[in-house]
Design a protein around this ligand. Sequence first.
Ligand SMILES: [Cu+2]
Length: 345
Amino acid sequence: MSKSGMSRRNLLKVSLGVLGGTAVLAGKGFAQEKYNEGVVLNAGIGHDGHQMTAKRHNQKTADYFKDCDMNPMKFLDTFDYGKVTRLPGGEVQREYKIVAREREIEVAPGVIYPAWTYNGCVPGPTIRCTEGDRLKIHFTNASSMPHTIHFHGVHPAGMDGVFEIVPTGGSFTYEFTADPFGVFLYHCHVMPVKKHIEKGLYGAFIVDPKTPRPSAREFIMVMNGFDTDFDGENEFYTVNGYSNYYSENPIDIKLNEPVRIYLVNMTEFDLINSFHLHGNMFRLYRTGTKLDEYEHTDTVMLCQGERCVIEFSYKYPGMYMFHAHQSEFAELGWMGFFNVLPDVV
Ligand SMILES: [Cu+2]
C-alpha cells in the first residue's frame, strides 16, 4: 500500500475506470479514454526534498519529448552517431554531448513526472558507434544534483563513471575505445543509484560489429517504469518512456521484412522485466556480442541492466501485440502492436 493509501492495483482500477463503473476495451484508443478525468495522484515533498508534481489533468494530447524534439515513434529508430572526425592514425572518433537536467515529462496521457534526464529525454539518446571507434562523451551537469555517466562495456577505470562525481555546473569527458560490439547501456552511478535510475538517467549504447549485421528495420526499445506517487514501486510501465504509446500508435512493418530490436531493461524496483512477441518466434542474441549464437523463443526475461538483440519477420499480415509477460506490467502500460502490412518486402 502506498503512502497515499492507494495500492498499485487500485490505482490501475481508477486508471481503467473500473471503480467508476466505466467499461474499458483493451486495444487502440483505450489509453486516452482512461485519463479523461482530472485526478491529482499525489503532491508533496518527495525523497529528494523537491516539490513533487505528479498529477493527472485533462490534457489528452501528448506533448512528449518537446524539449528534445523526440516522441516514442521517433525515438524508436533515432540513433546518435555523434560528430565524426577521422584521426591521423585513421581511426574514427565520435563525439557526443550529453547534458543532465531536471525536467517534467509526460509518461502517460496527462501524467506528469518530475524526471532527471539526459538531454531532456527518458530514456536518454541512443548512442551508437562501431567497434574500435574512439569515443568522447562530453558530459555537462546542468541539474541541481551530482551525476555521472557509467557505461557498460570495456574501458579504463577512470572512465567508469563511479568515482569522478560531476557536481552541479561541472563537466567531464569520458574517453574510451568502443569494445566489444553488442548492445549496452549507460546510466548515472551516483549513490543512491536506485534513485538516480528511477528518476530517468539512463539510455542505450549500441556498438556495431565492424562487419555490419544483415540489413533490417532496426528499433531501440528501452523497458522502464515510473513511480508517479513516490511510494517505491512503479505505477506505470513503458517501453521508450510513454505508457501504451505503441498501443495507440502501432508500429508499421512489412510482410517478411527483417526486423531487429535492440532491447534494454532499465526498470527500477522490479526484479525483472520481459518482452513477448505474438504470432511469431524470434532469434535471441543475448547482449548481442556473438553473431552466430542464438536461440529461438517468443519471450525473453531480463534483469535490470541486461539487454539483448532480437530478430524476426512476420509470415502473415495483421496486428500483433508485443508486451511484458508480467501481465500486470502490460496492463499498466507496457504493451504495443506491430501492424504487419501486406506489402511484401
Ligand atoms: Cu545521477
